[in-house]
Design a protein around this ligand. Structure first.
Ligand code: PGA
Length: 252
């Protein structure tokens, strides 16, 4: 049984004051034993203040990016060791904004994943096709490439630490989500590929979340699908009300 997971990708939003306010609001509405994992991925500058703000709460911290070396002359970069030092449990890798705006290759994504796993941080690997790739019938080819190259040398034992986020690029920040059926079809394909890369039984335990214009009114449709185990949420994770509505209506 896969435990559902909801990850808020704050992107380049919030400052210390507004982030602490948001986490305080989330905390007051999250009590008791929860049946899902809740992760927020703020910008780097907020990780340490939020490490303290989420203490003794069900909220876990994630980062949005990482470098693959532990330390050294890499101006502007942050390592897995540094993320672990501020209690980061997850890290988004290969988001389409990084792939397109910062030329992040599948090879870079792979190095980051291997380094994160070495430091006990769960990678959230983002995969997904662009509009034109879907139109040209290349969706499965793209997903296969991103998974195979991104997960090279990850062993079956480590694989259950992974979260895969299916994020069709055309659905991100557009208010045009994929339909639940379309997302389910992609998730089934992704799980099949994970079965080929690792083992079929192992693939059954890996969580695959959907991302791209998720909001409180469409989450239930996604969560009704057998292979959708949660969501990666951008815009709607920036306010406590919408984020919590997604978390709770998604896990009913
Ligand atoms: P969105 O972003 O929910 O604003 O579409 C999702 C993402 O980029 O992870």
């Amino acid at each position: 049984m896969r435990r559902s997971i909801f990850i808020g990708n704050w992107k380049m939003n919030h400052t210390v004051g507004s982030a602490i306010r948001l986490v305080t609001e989330l905390r007051t509405k999250l009590s008791g034993k929860l049946e899902m994992d809740i992760v927020i991925a703020p910008p780097f500058t907020l990780l340490h203040p939020l490490e303290i703000a989420v203490l003794d709460s069900p909220i876990e911290l994630g980062a949005q990016n990482v470098h693959w070396e532990d330390r050294g002359a890499f101006t502007g970069e942050v390592s897995s060791a540094m993320l672990a030092d501020v209690s980061c449990k997850y890290c988004i890798v290969g988001h389409s904004e990084r792939r397109t705006l910062f030329n992040e290759s599948d090879q870079f994504v792979n190095k980051k994943i291997l380094n994160l796993l070495d430091h006990g941080i769960k990678p959230v690997l983002c995969v997904g096709e662009t509009q034109s790739e879907r139109k040209n019938g290349q969706t499965t080819e793209v997903l296969q490439r991103q998974l195979q190259l991104g997960l090279r040398s990850v062993n079956a034992l480590q694989s259950t630490e992974l979260v895969i986020a299916y994020e069709p690029v055309w659905a991100i920040g557009t208010q045009t989500p994929a339909s639940p059926a379309m997302a389910q079809e992609a998730h089934v394909y992704i799980r099949e590929q994970l079965g080929n890369i690792f083992r079929k039984d192992v693939a059954q335990d890996i969580r695959i979340v959907y991302g791209g214009s998720v909001n409180p009114s469409n989450i239930a449709g996604f969560m009704d699908q057998k292979d959708i185990d949660g969501a990666l949420i951008g815009g709607a994770s920036l306010e406590s009300d919408s984020f919590l509505k997604i978390v709770f209506s998604g896990s009913e």
